[in-house]
Design a protein around this ligand. Structure first.
Ligand code: ADP
Ligand code: MG
Ligand code: MG
Length: 888
């Protein structure tokens, strides 16, 4: 196919070939919008470039030269002409938008001679030489890989010498002098001179843009967003328009709606007499777009009109780059705008109400992972705050962390387990790894469309921008705000919704579901087939989840109820008991506690099913660690002899029952030790060896049922037996539960509908699902253990030891503990569901592992025909939407 396409020849559907920017430039050109003429070199050519050992493929540059002739004709200018030179930009453009990650060069075609022609023809030498120095600067940076810092330092220095604050005040002689110094920087660092041959400029620039696909920050960004490395970038070559020709010129960025809140008003920023990256780089703090209405009313009106047209055309909020040259408006880019979750939800609902989208389309638009940020805690306004400064509210949410002043430190500290807020005067794309690591970002310069803000919004990280009250001293490092100094490591909190920078940590309040989110969730409920339950162990969590729309509890882990300070000693006494009689005494004590736990859950979930899993973890988890006991024993040897040493001498062991001697305790703990506890005496194996434990739990459940029923609460208990691998295990435990029900419920038995089922988490259980289903009313896939046992990966060790390496080196596509392995583990689930249903058509099936809240896994559950997914309370809304998306 063709490797070079004029804007007239493309359209928005050709993103894979032309990249997002090129495809949209083509679409806009054909829609008659004012787009400077140009053409796109395809992503295919980029892939060829890499396949060709990072060399431009045969004949490509000739095709580019030919295409340029058509641009020259329409502009009536000639590239490299000393009469009337055509200038172009060379712009990267990936398939998936990666804002600021790759490179662009402006004003290409200027050299020592053509710059004179530009000066003469425009009658504006200051402007011409400003363009030239920008070209050399960008070229040095992008083509010769010279850090931008070297040029900027020099520029600052020259401005300081002349007491000039803004670039636009630099006189022509200033630029001429700077150009000489910039050229010297290139010669010194690149060991070659800035090319005067304009075609050489063009060739090097195209290659550099291809190369920029593989720069560090682009690679990091692709990883975060799962963009394939093989995609490649297109290159757009476009005739220049100039926003830096005077005060009737300018450049800016415009969102058709507010990308932070979703509200319907134009939102953006611009700078007069400026070019390209000036706005987004945060070098000068730009003006709000509303001001353009006063300064250039006609341009503003045309811009507003174009914005509306583009939004209607793309049926989505647009992020538009524009330039004004001598009062004339040009559109240089449009794309679907990145937005916060809050805005995404509001926009989706608005677009439906405005008749732009159907409900299904609106639901499809929601990135469920993104919703996570809406359902997190925010600053409680009723608390008095120590506000240090206020900047622009660039990305909402609250972030608390220790202040750090550069991206590398941010990354390092987070790796060592700290939480950080990245503070910097302005962020550049090179800081992306710092933004990823940080809880939030604070910048002292740059506007709402600055790089930091765009990236933070996309990642759902709180961000405060352009906070000029914050004066940063990067060398120290520290910042001052008013008379407060915040040093590296001091705790600060950002409120990205209001722009406040707060000293210290702040108490956060529970999130609420907004009106729009609620509406969207109701649309989702009307569509989806998959039920959404929650994993909850406390009445509070259950209530929260119910508020978020949970249709029951899919997993209550009873062991969590045993961990509290007053219960642990009783649990330990139960475990350490000598013989059945002694154990029963301890269980008697636990019984009323368990019963009240269940009453709380049943009450919170009245009318909805509550799945209770009987005790699962190995018993040693409730006891002190053997090493600690041995250390204690060693210490005691050196203390004066007296009474027999009690075990609970120091704080760490204080929960151990008083009367047990240390030696005895050590012996018992040692007896419980196993080499592979996760494959050891746990789950139903405990229930079979110590039936009195499960029996106590069953008694507690049925007594709680009776107590709740007498208060008019509708209880639907589902008792779940963990870690079954053989049907006989379930058979035995089911008999125990049924017997207890008869005994406890008496005449009420006929009114209570309870279910007994099992976790499917041992591969053998999945394989023999047909036999297991004979004794089960439901299957709940415990995909954490099922993944662990199917892969043979220890969940507690794998990540740190090899799993990260596996994912980094593409041995595994994803971490299977995060995203369900549909090929392997999924095969077992699929098989078990089919076999189970064949045996028992009414069998209920669900998933209760970590995967229950993950989008891809939810899609899989839908396809496999499970009845429900169960996830943590905060992920319930997200799961409701994902379940709807799976259906659409
Ligand atoms: P990015 O992908 O990083 O946004 P762009 O290719 O969009 O890079 O270029 C950055 C900026 O350079 C644009 O926003 C625009 O202001 C400016 N620019 C690019 N091409 C031209 C052009 N032909 N004329 C004037 N300005 C341009
Ligand atoms: Mg750029
Ligand atoms: Mg751009």
């Amino acid at each position: 196919g063709k490797r070079v396409l004029h804007f007239q020849a493309g359209n928005a559907a050709m993103k894979t070939l032309l990249g997002g920017k090129g495809a949209n430039l083509a679409e806009m050109t054909n829609a008659g919008l004012p787009v400077p003429p140009g053409f796109t070199v395809t992503t295919e050519a980029c892939r060829e470039y890499y396949a060709n050992g990072s060399q431009l493929p045969q004949g490509l540059f000739e095709e580019i030269r030919t295409a340029l002739i058509q641009v020259e004709a329409s502009k009536k200018q000639t590239f490299g002409s000393v009469e009337d030179p055509l200038l172009v930009s060379v712009r990267s453009g990936s398939v998936t938008s990666m804002p600021g990650m790759m490179d662009t060069i402006l004003n290409l075609g200027l050299n020592d001679e053509t710059v004179e022609a530009l000066a003469r023809n425009t009658g504006n030498p200051r402007f011409a030489f400003d363009c030239y120095r920008r070209l050399i600067q960008m070229f040095g940076n992008v083509v010769f890989d010279i850090e931008g810092l070297h040029f900027e330092k020099l520029l600052h220095q020259m401005k300081a010498e002349r007491s000039i604050h803004e670039d636009k005040d630099m006189p022509v002689e200033g630029w001429v002098a700077i150009i000489e110094k910039f050229k010297a920087i290139i010669e010194q660092r690149a060991k070659r001179s800035f090319p005067q041959d304009v075609y050489e400029q063009l060739e090097l620039a195209v290659e550099a843009v291809f190369r920029s696909w593989n720069n560090q920050r682009a690679a990091v960004y692709r990883k975060v967003y799962g963009i394939p490395d093989s995609q490649g970038t297109a290159v757009n070559i476009q005739s220049m328009v100039f926003g830096n020709r005077g005060d009737d010129c300018g450049t800016g960025v415009l969102f058709t709606r507010n990308p932070s809140t979703g509200e319907k008003h134009l939102y953006g920023e611009y700078l007069t007499n400026a070019q390209g990256e000036d706005v987004v780089a945060g070098v000068r703090t730009p003006l709000p777009i509303a001001q353009l209405e006063n300064e250039m009313p006609e341009v503003y009106a045309k811009l507003a009109h174009t914005a509306a047209k583009l939004e209607a055309h793309y049926k989505d909020m647009q992020d538009i780059e524009f330039t004004v040259e001598k009062g004339e408006l040009f559109i240089l880019q449009t794309r679907n705008g990145k937005r916060t979750a809050q805005a995404a939800v509001k926009l989706a609902v608005h677009f439906v109400n405005e008749g732009i989208l159907s409900r299904e389309e609106a639901l499809q638009r929601i990135e469920v992972e993104h919703l996570d940020q809406l359902l997190h805690r925010a600053i409680d306004e009723d608390i008095k705050l120590d506000v240090l400064a206020t900047g622009l509210p660039a990305s909402p949410g609250a972030a608390t962390g220790q202040a750090v002043f550069d991206a590398d430190t941010a990354e390092e500290w987070v790796r060592s387990g700290k939480k950080v807020v990245l503070v910097s005067s302005e962020t550049s794309p090179e800081d992306i790894h710092g933004v990823i690591a940080a809880e939030g970002v604070l910048t002292s310069r740059g506007g709402m469309t600055s790089h930091a803000a765009v990236v933070a919004r996309g990642m759902g990280k709180p961000c405060v921008c352009g906070c000029e009250e914050v004066r940063i001293d990067e060398d120290e490092p520290q910042f001052r705000a008013g008379n407060v100094t915040v040093r590296e490591g001091d705790w600060i909190t950002l409120d990205g919704s209001t722009g406040r920078v707060i000293l210290g940590t702040v108490e956060l309040k529970e999130p609420e579901v907004s009106e729009e989110l609620n509406e969207l969730l109701q649309w989702a409920d009307a569509v989806r087939k998959l039920e959404v339950r929650t994993n909850a162990d406390t009445p509070e969590d259950a209530a929260k989840a119910r508020e978020f729309g949970a249709q029951g509890i899919g997993l209550c882990r009873t062991e969590h109820m045993f961990m509290s300070a007053e219960r642990l000693p009783v649990v330990q006494a139960m475990i350490l008991a000598d013989g059945l009689e002694e154990r029963k005494v301890a269980l008697e004590q636990l019984l009323p506690m368990q019963q009240s736990d269940f009453e709380g859950l049943f009450t919170a979930m009245s009318g909805l099913p509550v799945t209770i899993r009987l005790l699962d973890p190995p018993l040693h988890e409730f006891l002190p660690k053997l090493e600690e006991l041995l250390i204690r024993q060693e210490q005691l040897k050196h203390e004066p002899q007296g009474q027999p040493a009690a075990a609970n001498v120091d704080g760490a062991l204080s929960s151990v029952p008083e009367r047990i001697e240390l030696d005895t305790l050590i012996r018992k703990v040692r007896n419980l030790q196993e080499s592979n506890p996760m494959l050891g005496q746990r789950g139903c194996r405990l229930g079979i060896l110590f039936p009195e434990i499960y029996e106590m739990q069953a008694v507690a459940i049925f007594r709680a049922v009776l107590a709740c029923r007498s208060k008019g609460i509708t209880v639907i208990p589902e008792i779940m037996i963990p870690l079954v691998g053989h049907s006989n295990e379930l058979k035995a435990m089911r008999e125990l539960v049924d017997r207890t029900a008869v005994q406890e419920l008496g005449t009420e038995l006929k009114h209570v509908v309870y279910k007994v089922g099992t976790m499917i988490e041992v591969p053998r259980a999945a394989l023999t699902a047909a036999q297991i289903a004979q004794h089960a009313d439901f299957f709940s896939f415990g995909t954490n253990d099922l993944t662990q046992m199917t892969f043979g990966y220890s969940r507690d060790d794998a990540e740190g030891k090899f799993l990260t390496h596996y994912v980094d080196h593409n041995i595994l596509p994803k971490n299977p503990f995060q995203v369900l392995d549909t090929e392997g583990v999924g095969l077992l689930i699929d098989w078990a569901v089919k076999q189970g249903r064949e045996q028992k058509p009414q069998l209920k099936t669900g998933i209760c592992g970590e995967h229950g809240g993950d989008k891809e896994s939810i899609f899989f559950c839908h396809q496999t025909g499970l009845n429900y997914v169960s996830c943590s309370p905060f992920r319930v809304p997200l799961a409701r939407i994902a379940a709807a998306q799976a259906q659409i």
